[in-house]
Design a protein around this ligand. Sequence first.
Ligand SMILES: [Fe+2]
Length: 437
Amino acid sequence: MSYERSVSASPHERMPETVWQIQMPEIRVGRGAASELGFQLEDLGVEDDARGLIVTDETLAELGHAGRVADHVEDTGFDVDVYDGSEREPSIEAVEECISFVREEMGTDGYDFYIGLGGGSCLDTAKTTRAVVANGGEILDYVAEPTGSGETLTESGPPLVLLPTTAGTGSEISPVAILSVAEKEIKEGISSNNVRADAAVLDPTLTTSLPPDLTAKTAMDALGHAIEGYTTHRYDTLLRPEDPADRPVYAGRTGFTELFSEKAIDLLSSNVRRAVNNGDDLEAREAMLKGALYGAIAGLTAGASLCHAMAYPVGNKYHTYHGETIAVLTPASTLGYNVASDPERFATIAELLGADTDGLSTRTAADRAREEFVALQRDLNVLPSGLHDLAGITDDEIDWLAEQTVDTQQRLLRCNPRPVTKADVAEIFRDSLHNWE
Ligand SMILES: [Fe+2]
């Protein structure tokens, strides 16, 4: 496999990158933030008599969250419809249904504003729906080749506000929507700054209904973003694009993203036990939401790498939750194989995860990060111990998974801080079968 350090430049462009940028939605965080949703919409320019759509799933509709969010919007004088057909790890077909719903209700112009409410799957459904309705055509027009046509999204569309009900995916601020392609058993991302929401509203009272296992799984996704972003390539190891518009969305770590990674690792690892053991602990829930936000600001700007690349083929084939897949793969990939890329950095991660590294050599301290991470996962009591426990995966299936990873995930693999071959990926999968007995 060839390893390409430059994800951004044309071959004749030789200048190293000297510029980094941060692009974020407006962000509102804290207890009661959802009650300011109407104000948020007005602030984004939504006008009187506007009609919007809440994109969510059946569970959140049944829990009453969708109704409460609709009340906040209607109190401001806007009309709002609810689409509760989002599915978990959504397929392209499932999101096309949401797009058809919009076109049937409102014609090709669609709604005046969109609200995504739920976990990453609902938020990705909302992001994709707004983008495709605003730009016309269908989803596959905008999915990268060879699965889709790879057309550019030129319009961002009307305002989109996202309200996460889990603390993990970071979809509320990310420029990516992840969709599964059922017939190919792969996941694809639509990635563009025009996919990014205009605002994110993070209210911990929307997350207290999340059960312990999902709390733990989404937390591991968030930790993965923080750690992968902290250990990926630096932005200035890429080449500078001729056109700033060609700067990749996963542009490498900067001093800015590192600050957020460090705080995220600390917040998530020191609050996840409380949030899992007592879902109504609002202080812990708020800390987890902030930790997930910081992890996303870091990881989804700098870029996810090897672990996320390996997680997509697993999730697509075995229909596992994204977070639990990240949980079982992180020890052997990010905190195993990648440690050699920068042991000092991993020693810092070990400390942030709570390990006592006093008196240890840098390399031994770096290896403590993996031990500390696995100990935390065992402690939570609701996470699978490895790929085998996760989905009955055995040695026989590993070559296929490695092949899929290398064939379909170059977008992420080329960001990995250590070059990786198909044989390496297979070995890391094998090392992930059992993180503990
Ligand atoms: Fe993730």
